[in-house]
Design a protein around this ligand. Structure first.
Ligand code: ZN
Length: 255
């Protein structure tokens, strides 16, 4: 089991978005039913908006709503990482190897299939894309706010991945918005270039991305269209440039 999970962590590391520091890092999370999710490191010019591979993979794992039993990373864990995993996934955790954390006393299943994340949708109407984001919001993990948001990212080839917001009530700083979990999934799955980001804010139709997401969108998908669900009315269209005028895109920092 460990070697296959490690293989997935190393494979996704190559997809990291690391224009500033690097190196790429990948994390793969094994669920109790044998499925797994993965994520790669995403660097953002606004330092703390960067998304570590571990944070991204745990967020996607929480959206799968199945007990997390093991986590592999392409680089060794730091001692504090066990606390990060425990806060997100519950339970107590121990290091079985420098790059492998396991839930205490868990039966580890064989590593099966990746949680299905990519669907081929081809061309979408704005309404259909917004409906996908709305559907995605049903997976939101929002124990603190009860404010579900969904997002769908579509690339040039017509492939789509979904995201929803994830909250870690014991540490508010480790949550991720729907737009960002969708972008984490898009980076991990190799979707590029990103053409459209759909967002459905169920309790605030027409709601717009938060400031943090605007920066992340401006860096990862600067040329995309952003389509905002409006509860049965024609969706609103905007762009990263309109959402964040004069954005600092980090190119001056790039290696
Ligand atoms: Zn946000």
């Amino acid at each position: 089991m460990p070697d296959r999970l490690r293989d997935h962590a190393h494979a996704v590391a190559a997809r990291s978005h690391v224009p500033y520091v690097g190196p790429g890092v990948g994390a793969a999370v094994l669920l109790a039913d044998g499925r797994w999710v993965d994520a790669a490191r995403i660097e953002v010019a606004s330092f703390p908006l960067s998304i570590p591979a571990l944070q991204g993979a745990l967020a996607l794992a929480l959206l799968a709503r199945t007990t997390v039993v093991a986590v592999a990373r392409s680089t060794a864990f730091a001692p504090a990482d066990l606390g990060v995993i425990a806060e997100a996934a519950g339970g107590s955790w121990l290091l079985a190897a420098p790059d492998l954390a396991v839930r205490d006393e868990a039966d580890l299943p064989a590593v099966g299939d990746r949680v299905a994340s990519v669907t081929e949708v081809g061309a979408l109407t704005a309404e259909a894309g917004a409906a996908l984001a709305l559907e995605a919001s049903r997976a939101a993990v929002v124990p603190a706010s009860d404010f579900p948001v969904g997002a769908a990212v579509v690339d040039e080839a017509g492939r789509v991945v979904l995201g929803a917001n994830v909250e870690v009530p014991t540490d508010w700083t480790r949550g991720l918005c729907a737009e960002r979990t969708a972008l984490v999934a898009a980076v991990a799955a190799g979707l590029s270039p990103i053409r459209t980001l759909y967002v459905a804010c169920v309790k605030a139709p027409g709601g717009t991305p938060c400031g943090g997401c605007r920066q992340v969108i401006a860096e990862l998908a600067p040329d995309c269209s952003v389509v905002l669900w409006r509860d049965g009315e024609t969706p609103d269209f905007t762009t990263p440039a309109a959402l964040l005028p004069g954005a600092f895109d980090g190119r001056a920092l790039g290696r």
